[in-house]
Design a protein. Structure first.
Length: 117
């Protein structure tokens, strides 16, 4: 264990702590949503993940899992609702409305299962 160094800040000594290097992969929409949720509603878990340097990998995994889940759910939901290319050609406004509704439903399921859990 290396010796801990301190920096004086006014009347206090603050330890010089640095996190190890993290990969520079971007965190997507769902990873950012999870981070915001942890920060606002689960601060002890958020702090624990930061201090153990597991926050970034956790956010990347949540984002990857959420995107995969969306890619798997949406085609099945479209098939069940009868959203086809034929409908798109016949009634594009109805098709867009159905697609937006299905995306919102799928996203709500993902948020409940992965983001806010």
């Amino acid at each position: 264990m290396s010796e801990l160094t301190y920096t004086r800040c006014g009347d206090y000594y603050i330890p010089d702590l640095k996190l190890s290097e993290q990969p520079e992969a971007p965190i997507g929409k769902y990873g950012r949503m999870r981070q915001r949720y942890l920060k606002e509603h689960r601060p002890s878990l958020y702090s624990s993940l930061i201090l153990s340097e597991k926050l970034y990998p956790h956010l990347l995994e949540i984002d990857r899992a959420a995107r995969e889940r969306m890619d798997a759910m949406l085609p099945r939901m479209m098939e069940a609702a009868g959203v086809t290319e034929g409908l798109k050609a016949l009634d594009p406004m109805r098709w867009v409305g159905l697609i937006n509704t299905l995306k919102a439903q799928a996203e709500e399921i993902i948020q409940d299962e992965l983001i806010y859990n």
